[in-house]
Design a protein around this ligand. Structure first.
Ligand code: FES
Ligand code: MG
Length: 576
């Protein structure tokens, strides 16, 4: 393999020439206390750190970055930390999804504008993983992803608590009067016991696993709990490895092939992935210039069963158990030749070689293909007159009697209006109702908030009902469950057919036929369409204004149109 020479380093364009510009660059490095030996002939490694005082999932990054730097130095590189937008899934409102593309833009431009040769991406909390990867793909320099790692299992009175999922579950019980306020407080203290991202198979665990399946992390990296000493060592190894990747010119485009995305798709289904992963996978693929759409995901879902017995699709285990069972390499070993084993990964070896020695230490946590948690994959893509461009449901996470369902629509145009009604104990809503929330999509939400797992109406909870069909153009948390139809495209706010649905209309769902329809004839729909008026714009200025003009619909990954690979000519390297 040909290796880059020191004078071919990108950073040398800033530091090496004998001219006035480079005099400025060098004198300013010296100002910071660096000496010539720190950078001459050495790869400069950007560490994009998504730490903040308000990001619970990345709180260890402030120290963990020192492990990465140690690795970079050991391998003969110069580490430089570049902080980036830290998207805390719990703190950022109205939703982190509004800002995923902002992080992607920041990542791309930070890499492009600085004198750096390679990148370590530190992320993990939901949107940070796709945001960082999308940006790094577009920037095109060698990049390695360092996953934050899941937090430790939650614990309450000796019972395991899972992020998100158990909060939802016990909240329904609290609203039904089963859980007391004191117990609720105890759970609050027990559900998130360490730094690290959510430890259910939510969006964070799904997305970091997808990063690993794509070949963008070191083998096994995504499953290591944040609080485990293995995580420090993995971080340092990321630092050592990225320096070598620069010499090898191992850029993302050599890793992110159609086969690599096919692997990510396979692994996502086998994990019982978060529905959010669909949007992010499509967006990342489109950045890499690979065609991946909802139908590819649905096709995969039909042939790959869920084999990770991790909540919320599984009923018992969490990411810590998954790690002890052998982690993602063990799961990929079970998938065997369903994966493209020749795909190159960041350690310079093919995936097949990386997982050859993997072992499954607990076949109840990581099931063999012959004894899956769920016979099909995690997702089903529905189409019909309510969702011409698709909608998504997670059949494995809902009561199977709802897989084929017909019922009357109860329609809400805003989340506050819906929320108020949900607590009305005298609400006369039948259990076969289809509860609809619209204007909650990419433009309408705005940012497609995680409102799609609409809480059960109190009136139905009191009667013992725990699930019902819910329908929206929103997303839902990856830790959610229930008969929730999500991501309806096009969304109501831009005039998708969901905007035309009225109270009492019959809605029919068929998971087996992959259909979602309102039983209204075409003439009536045409009349309603003619009468429809678009809502007032959400933003008149600022980032939201730009967002509203450029955001793509869910089936296309919700990227900005101008960030997509096919948009315009490639951006030149900066003039120095
Ligand atoms: Fe960060 Fe769930 S809040 S991953
Ligand atoms: Mg989440």
């Amino acid at each position: 393999m040909s290796r880059k020479k020191p004078d071919e380093l990108r950073s040398a364009r800033w530091f090496a020439p004998d001219d006035l510009r480079s005099f400025g660059h060098r004198s300013r490095m010296l100002q910071m206390g660096y000496d010539y030996a720190d950078w001459e002939g050495k790869p400069v490694i950007a560490i994009i750190n998504t730490w903040s005082d308000l990001n619970q999932c990345h709180v260890h990054f402030k120290q963990r970055v020192e492990d990465v730097k140690r690795g970079v130095l050991q391998a003969g590189g110069l580490p430089v930390e570049l902080p980036a937008l830290s998207l805390s899934e719990s703190a950022v409102k109205p939703t982190t999804m509004l800002y995923r593309n902002m992080l992607a833009m920041e990542t791309e431009e930070q890499i492009r504008c600085h004198p750096v040769d390679g990148v370590v991406l530190m992320g993990g909390c939901d949107k940070t993983t796709p945001g960082l990867i999308m940006g790094a793909v577009s920037a095109g320099l060698p990049a390695i992803f360092m996953p934050a790692g899941p937090m430790l299992r939650g614990n309450w009175r000796g019972k395991t608590l899972g992020s998100g999922s158990d909060g939802w579950k016990h909240w329904d019980e609290r609203r039904a009067g089963i859980v007391t306020e004191a117990q609720w407080r105890e759970m609050e203290k027990g559900i998130a016991r360490s730094y690290g991202h959510c430890m259910t198979m939510g969006t964070a665990s799904t997305m970091t696993a997808i990063a690993e399946a794509l070949g963008l992390t070191l083998p096994g990296a995504s499953s290591i709990p944040a609080a485990d000493a293995n995580h420090h060592r993995m971080a340092a190894e990321c630092g050592r490895r990225i320096v070598e990747m620069v010499w090898e010119d191992l850029v993302p485009s050599r890793i992110l092939t159609a086969e690599a995305f096919d692997n990510a798709n396979t692994v996502a289904m086998a994990l019982g992935c978060s529905t959010n992963a669909i949007i992010h996978m499509i967006a990342m693929a489109r950045r890499a210039g690979i065609s991946l759409g909802l139908d590819d995901l649905d096709r995969k879902s039909r042939v790959i069963p869920v084999i990770a017995n991790v909540r919320p699709v599984g009923d018992t285990y969490l990411m810590e158990d998954f790690f002890y069972a052998g982690g993602l390499p063990a799961l990929m070993k079970e998938l065997g030749d369903r994966l493209n084993l020749d795909c190159l990964t960041v350690n310079g070896r093919p995936l097949g070689e990386n997982i050859a020695g993997a072992e499954n230490f607990n076949r109840d946590v990581i099931r063999p293909l012959t004894d899956p948690v769920y016979h099909e994959g995690s997702l089903a893509v529905l189409r019909g007159n309510l969702a011409p461009d698709g909608a998504v449901i997670k059949p494995a996470a809902c009561d199977p009697r709802f897989h084929e369902h017909e019922g009357p629509a109860y329609v809400f145009d805003s989340y506050p209006a819906l929320k108020e009604k949900l607590d009305d104990e005298s609400w006369d809503i039948p259990p076969d109702a289809v509860l609809v929330l619209r204007n909650a999509g990419p433009q309408g939400g705005p940012g497609m908030p995680e409102w799609g797992m609409i809480p059960m109406p109190k009136a139905l909870l009191k009667k013992g009902h725990r699930d019902m069909v819910r329908l929206s153009d929103a997303r839902m948390s990856g830790t959610s469950y229930g008969a929730c139809i999500l991501h309806v495209a096009p969304e109501a706010f831009v005039g998708g057919p969901l905007a035309l649905l009225r109270n009492g209309d019959r809605v029919r769902l068929s998971v087996s036929k992959r259909r979602l329809d309102m039983l209204i004839d075409d003439d009536e729909l045409a009349r309603r369409r003619a009468a429809w008026t678009p809502p007032a714009p959400r933003y008149e200025r600022g980032y939201g204004w730009m967002y509203s003009r450029h955001i793509l619909q869910a089936d296309k990954g919700c990227d900005f149109d101008f960030l997509e690979t096919g948009f315009g000519a490639p951006v030149d390297e900066p003039v120095i």
